[in-house]
Ligand binder design. Structure first.
Ligand code: COA
Length: 259
């Protein structure tokens, strides 16, 4: 049914596995389109009470947006990419009436960290690593990361993580409030499912109301998301962005000149 996702309904939880392990499950156009479709399924299929998003393989949850698709985009294209992804996937996950949880099983970088942060909460395996390394590419986060990371861990820590591109391990991510629980890799899915099973015993309409109210409290200034889309697009008109993305694909270090 999907080309880039595996889905399985287990005890009323739809387990969604992003399945491009050879590219560390990077979010290309197909993955974004199919995530949009699977979220519609989560909204509308009455057999589904909750969803869990994870990544295929042992190395990565999602290592970011697919950088190879960035190279040909101009400012307009960059803005459109961010706007469409935010509207069809990231905002829809956040606003889902049913709980959607990220079980982070490895690298959650860039769009991968943003995907996890758009979920209602996160669990992680001991080998998980989180970060927003877009500045390495002459870019900024474009799928809501500037807003949701600030909401989740506070302004100062979010600023430092995004400006340094540093990665944090699972225990540090837990201390920061980025994840709720850290489990051994082999137990991650089951332990996360156990939390969802507990939620399934509660009143579904009350659960939906909690999601709606908590999400509203976190969105202090929704204009921030629009500003992020515009600034993300602006980056695509810079020579630093061309240098950053090309350097990644050529497996070398980028040299930036501020232009
Ligand atoms: N977009 C496209 N391809 C990606 C990718 C991404 N975000 N992340 C990884 N890949 C690809 C690599 O190009 C490589 O492909 P290849 O085998 O055809 O050369 C493959 O996935 C494996 O990644 P590799 O870099 O060889 O693994 P590693 O263990 O040496 O490094 C990372 C792992 C996560 C540190 C590294 O892949 C990385 O820095 N990825 C990009 C992270 C990023 O900047 N994300 C934000 C994007 S906006």
């Amino acid at each position: 049914m999907y080309n880039t996702l595996l889905t399985e309904l287990k005890n009323s939880t739809l387990v969604v596995t992003i399945n491009r392990p050879d590219k560390l499950n990077a979010l290309n156009k197909d993955v974004i389109d199919e995530l949009g479709k699977v979220i519609e399924e989560i909204y509308t299929n009455t057999e589904i009470k909750s969803a869990l998003i994870t990544g295929a393989g042992e190395k990565a949850f999602v290592a970011g947006a697919d950088i190879s698709e960035f190279v040909s985009l101009d400012a307009q294209g960059g803005m459109a990419l961010a706007a469409k992804g935010q509207a069809n996937v990231f905002n829809k996950i956040e606003r889902s009436p049913k709980p959607i949880v990220a079980a982070v099983n490895g690298f959650a970088l860039g769009g991968g960290c943003e995907l996890a942060m758009s979920c209602h909460f996160r669990t992680a395996s001991e080998n998980a690593k989180f970060g927003q390394p877009e500045v390495n590419l002459g870019l900024i986060p474009g799928y809501g990361g500037t807003q949701r990371m600030t909401q989740l861990i506070g302004k100062g820590k979010a600023m430092e993580l995004m400006m340094t591109a540093d990665m944090v391990g699972a225990d540090d991510a837990k201390a920061l409030g980025l994840v709720n629980h850290v489990f051994p890799a082999g137990e991650l899915l089951q332990k996360t499912m156990d939390i969802l099973q507990k939620i399934h015993t509660k009143a579904p309409l009350a659960i939906s109301a909690i999601i709606a109210c908590v999400s509203e409290a976190a969105i202090c200034d929704s204009k921030g998301f629009d500003k992020e889309i515009a600034r993300f697009g602006d980056c695509f008109a810079t020579s630093d962005m061309k240098e950053g993305t090309t350097a990644f694909l050529e497996k070398r270090k980028a040299v930036f000149n501020g232009k």
